[in-house]
Design a protein around this ligand. Structure first.
Ligand SMILES: NC(=O)c1ccc[n+]([C@@H]2O[C@H](COP(=O)([O-])OP(=O)(O)OC[C@H]3O[C@@H](n4cnc5c(N)ncnc54)[C@H](OP(=O)(O)O)[C@@H]3O)[C@@H](O)[C@H]2O)c1
Length: 276
């Protein structure tokens, strides 16, 4: 890790896993940029970590809006030089079909397109040993972009599962592409963690998951390791549960599916020549 205070960008910094991870990163000496929507929650999180200073700062971003992601990437560019690690933690679950102003289904936009665009726009700042870690789940749901955009075919859990599988397809394709820039790319499954992520889910699902969920403290340490530990300096293209390497679902290691999703996402976000 370069520098006395490695720079780590954390999306979903107001959520259960993001906030716990930000605490560990600050404690371990990182300079942390907290990303979430610009609400009181974000301001409170900055305050909890000691207030805006040289080591804690925030950038408001709505990941469901490509315009907001572009503007946040510019703001990050003005605020920091090299980024040692980007943690894509944010995600949303909605029980009903909702569309963003730009015309995308909200979970697909927030959980996949926004992080896809943000990561690509931060390419030059990550170049030279930067790390990208995307928090996801071992989902094998088929990713069909046309189906994801189609209101008539919307099924909340299936759409959410597809966005989590998309995180894995994205990770493995990015790991190959990012080698040219010496950027390491991995995904992490946190296990079941107590949070409000599924607050719109059917009540029995919420009750059962809450009963078997853990505090985010353990995975926060693990994510900080993946972001900062010299042990993971060269690790790329892996899927972790905590810090243990696990096998990703077969469907997510299909290189054609990875390339197809990349191509389609690049078109949708109008990446053109920018990005990995
Ligand atoms: N909890 C689990 O059991 C579990 C299991 C497997 C995987 N995961 C993954 O772990 C990650 C974190 O989950 P969590 O449980 O910590 O969820 P959480 O507590 O609900 O946190 C979600 C975070 O995402 C942010 N977010 C939501 N919509 C956003 C938007 N449009 N723009 C910007 N930020 C947005 C929220 O910030 P604001 O609302 O303040 O903007 C919040 O910081 C997710 O990727 C999830 O899929 C969780």
């Amino acid at each position: 890790m370069a520098g006395l205070h490695p720079v780590v960008v954390v999306t979903g910094a107001t959520g259960a896993i993001g906030a716990a991870t930000a605490s560990v990163l600050v404690r371990r000496g990182a300079r942390v940029l907290l990303l979430a929507r610009p609400t009181d929650r974000l301001a409170a999180e900055v305050k909890r970590l000691g207030g805006e200073d040289k080591r804690v700062s925030s950038v408001g971003v709505d990941l469901s809006s490509l315009a907001s992601v572009r503007s946040a990437a510019r703001e990050i560019g003005r605020g920091v030089g090299h980024i040692d690690a980007l943690l894509n933690v944010a995600a949303t679950f909605t029980s009903e079909y909702r569309k963003t102003k730009e015309g995308f289904e909200v979970m697909f936009a927030t959980n996949h397109l926004g992080p896809f665009l943000l990561t690509n726009l931060l390419r030059d700042q990550l170049a030279g040993r930067g790390r990208v870690i995307t928090v996801t789940a071992p989902s094998s749901t088929r990713v069909d972009v046309d189906q994801l955009m189609d209101k008539r075919k919307f099924r909340a859990l299936e759409t959410f599962g597809a966005t989590k599988a998309a995180n894995l397809l994205f990770t493995f394709e990015l790991a190959r592409r990012a080698k040219r820039w010496e950027v390491r790319v991995n995904a992490c499954h946190p296990g079941l963690v107590r949070s409000e992520l599924m607050r719109e889910a059917w009540r029995p699902i919420r009750v059962i998951t809450r009963m078997v969920s853990q505090s985010p403290d353990r995975v926060a340490e693990d994510l900080a390791d993946l972001a900062m530990s010299p042990a993971h300096e060269g690790t790329t293209g892996w899927f972790f549960k905590g810090i243990k390497r696990i096998e990703p679902p077969k469907s997510t290691v299909d290189q054609q599916a990875q390339a197809r999703l990349w191509q389609r996402s690049a078109e949708l976000v109008e990446l053109e020549k920018a990005g990995f």
